[in-house]
Design a protein around this ligand. Structure first.
Ligand code: MSK
Length: 660
């Protein structure tokens, strides 16, 4: 192959998003380093990569490779690999749960009148959550209830004994499995601290025992910190319902002040959205020669403000540095999690201001405008004015003309409503469709991007294969953004769907891929599957359901925790890419076959995406068989294709990225 052809092929294999490819060419031409180029230059340490490096004390690090099979303390490979996985879980759970704690503190401040820019927007949800948390709500004002809900939520973090209150939201059979194994989470912080304690040198040195606690820790995230985060965000900002928007680099505007919001928490970003509508702020932007203010988002803050406010998505995790390269971003406002330090170096070549806002996350060289709830709107306006002041400093702008439409905002409340209307909200129609084989099963496809694989390719392969095989997909995080950019989040795009799934989606008027939110919102999926399991007809427990989990391009510790709480809740899950536990066959066995026996679900790390999808479909069919459901036949509902109006929009015919 000629050098030119080789370079072209290599570039193509870095992403399937045409906008990302365009921007990478620009980065290369200008000699600017990005995560893509750094991934090429930095090979992963092969020992740490498979979980075989122990650096938990200063006798080492002990690299268990070749003839070295134990560390200086005698720790075996199983112990070391298990400890590393458990610590990843603890860090991931800590990140999500601290986000949840922040939301509870905002609710408390709002209800006590100390954060006047926040109110209880969804009183109905507040009262439902009060019920879950044993907070009396009848005859009380929403502020009184909110104070108690926030206080009980905060107490869940510091709880020392008993069980997390939200555990009761799981099917009864699932709760019994957890109790029998002794892995019901007690307090959110307690389980995280205990993981760190157990994995300290000279402590828990039995791989299975360490990993049992890792499950308990992950459950404290899924059924604790993250679930509280989702619920309280809904209480303060409103429970999402379907909203139309657009995605990709084409959401940037040449003639407006572009503010890109990146990170995870909705607390500041919601206020920025509100401030951007303030006539005074808009006038100020006009006074600087811009037509207005344009907001667009990256990562999960983007998912949060998309779901509730319809703010467009610029891109997912690996698009962050490339956004700055457009020269069109006047400010990138970041809070917590998934923010590259490399942004500052890229921004040095352009006019973009990188603004950190969280007291927990500063970046050397970035501007820091610290966010405080009690002055929320004032700070949001200060940030927008900083971006506006920066607009006249723009140099040459290059925005790829790539954009697609989407529909997002499928909270579990909305899914229940859309299946039965306000009088008969229910999961019955979904269960019936699965029982009849119209829908073969369901899958949660979630998680990050990872430059070690072709950006967005495994995400889209998994999703397209699943819907082609009549599996309804729910999505969050960066997978949701990948689907949005490909037009998979619109009800009209049915070309990739199997006939049975297509018919159901078109009858209800939903896309075959339901955007359910941010990383913490994976708990919405837990709620859907719990309600589906208790609805009847599909067994009694989550592990009975014909469902599967995927994180095809995972990279973060949060993804490890999410994957683990799905498995511990009964959902067999396939993580893509290479395995962080490949160093120990015993650990691989414990979390797959071992956990199948213990919690009814396996945790797989499978680099072969095709194989993972094949296994998941077999798994779904095996679950159908165990439930004695009608055998799934792809041809049974094939006739539905002939008369469905959605067929007018076919990405292959019109170009998936052509809509503006
Ligand atoms: S943002 S954790 S890269 S999904 Fe939630 Fe995306 Fe993963 Fe961050």
């Amino acid at each position: 192959m000629s050098e030119e052809k080789e370079t072209k092929a290599k570039k193509k294999s870095t992403s399937i998003d045409p906008a990302v490819l365009e921007m990478m060419e620009k980065a290369e031409a200008e000699g600017i380093s990005t995560a893509f180029s750094r991934a090429d230059e930095t090979k992963p340490c092969p020992i740490g990569h498979e979980g075989s490096c122990c650096k938990h004390c200063h006798m080492g690090p002990c690299r268990l490779t070749g003839k070295t099979t134990v560390g200086i303390c005698g720790a075996t490979k199983e112990t070391v690999v298990a400890r590393n996985l458990a610590r990843m879980t603890a860090a991931g759970a800590a990140a999500h749960s601290d986000h949840g704690r922040g939301m509870a503190m905002t609710l408390l401040a709002a209800a006590e009148g100390e954060a006047p820019d926040y109110q209880v927007k969804d009183e109905k949800k507040l009262r439902v959550v009060a019920h879950y948390l044993d907070v009396p709500e009848q005859g009380r004002s929403k502020e009184e209830v909110a104070v108690d809900v926030a206080k009980v939520a905060l107490a869940e973090f510091g709880r020392q004994e008993g069980e997390l209150l939200y555990v009761r939201r799981a099917p009864a059979k699932r709760q019994e499995i957890w109790r029998k194994l002794g892995i019901v989470p007690r307090g959110i912080d307690r389980e995280i601290v205990e993981t760190l304690h157990r994995t300290h040198v000279g402590n828990d040195q039995d791989a299975e025992h360490i990993l049992d606690h890792a499950m308990r820790n992950a459950l404290a995230d899924g059924w604790g910190g993250s679930m509280l985060s989702t619920d309280i965000s809904d209480i303060i900002f409103g429970t999402p319902g379907p909203v139309a928007a657009s995605a990709n680099f084409g959401t940037l505007r040449e003639d407006e002040v572009n503010v890109v919001i990146h990170g995870h928490e909705p607390t500041l970003s919601e206020l920025i959205v509100a401030a951007a509508d303030d006539p005074e702020i808009v006038e100020y932007a006009k006074s600087k020669g811009a037509k207005g203010i344009n907001l667009t988002g990256i990562c999960c803050t983007a998912n949060e403000i998309l779901m509730r406010q319809g703010v467009p998505l610029l891109g997912n995790f690996l698009s962050q540095e490339l956004a700055v390269l457009t020269g069109a971003v006047d400010a990138m406002v970041v809070d917590i999690q998934c923010i590259f330090q490399g942004l500052v170096e890229v921004a040095e070549n352009y006019h973009t201001k990188i603004i950190t806002t969280s007291a927990k996350a500063k970046i050397t060289g970035a501007m820091h405008i610290e966010f405080h709830e009690d002055r929320a709107m004032e700070i949001a306006k200060q940030i927008l004015c900083t971006a506006i002041d920066n607009y006249p400093n723009r140099g040459k702008v290059y925005i790829p003309d790539v954009q697609d439409r989407l529909v997002a905002g499928f909270s579990h409340e909305y899914i229940s409503y859309m299946l039965g209307g306000s009088l008969r909200e229910s999961f019955r129609p979904l269960n019936d469709a699965i029982m009849m084989g119209r829908i073969r099963g369901a899958a949660g496809v979630v998680g990050c991007n990872n430059p070690r694989t072709t950006h967005d390719d495994p995400h889209l392969y998994v999703v397209k294969e699943l819907i082609k095989n009549d599996v309804l997909v729910v999505t969050t995080g960066c997978n949701a953004i990948a689907c949005a950019k490909q037009g998979l989040l619109t009800p009209e795009v049915m070309d990739h769907c199997g006939a049975g799934l297509r018919e159901i989606c078109q009858t209800i008027g939903i896309p075959p891929v339901l955007h359910m939110g941010s990383c913490v919102d994976n708990t919405r999926i837990l709620t859907v599957i719990s309600q589906s399991a208790t609805e009847g007809g599909l067994g009694e427990d989550i592990s009975d359901l014909p469902v599967a989990g995927f994180a095809p391009e995972w990279m973060s510790e949060k993804a490890i925790s999410i994957g683990m709480y799905f498995v511990a809740s009964g959902v067999t899950t396939w993580m893509g890419g290479t395995s962080p536990v490949a160093g120990s066959e015993e650990v691989v066995r414990i979390i797959s076959e071992g956990w199948k026996q213990k919690v009814g679900a396996a945790y797989y790390f499978e680099p072969d995406t095709e194989k993972a999808v094949k296994e998941a479909l077999e798994h779904i069919d095996a679950k159908r068989k165990a439930l004695k459901l009608e055998e799934y036949s792809p041809k049974k509902y094939a006739q539905s294709k002939t008369y469905l109006p959605g067929d007018y929009f076919a990405p292959e015919k019109h170009g998936a990225y052509s809509l503006k």
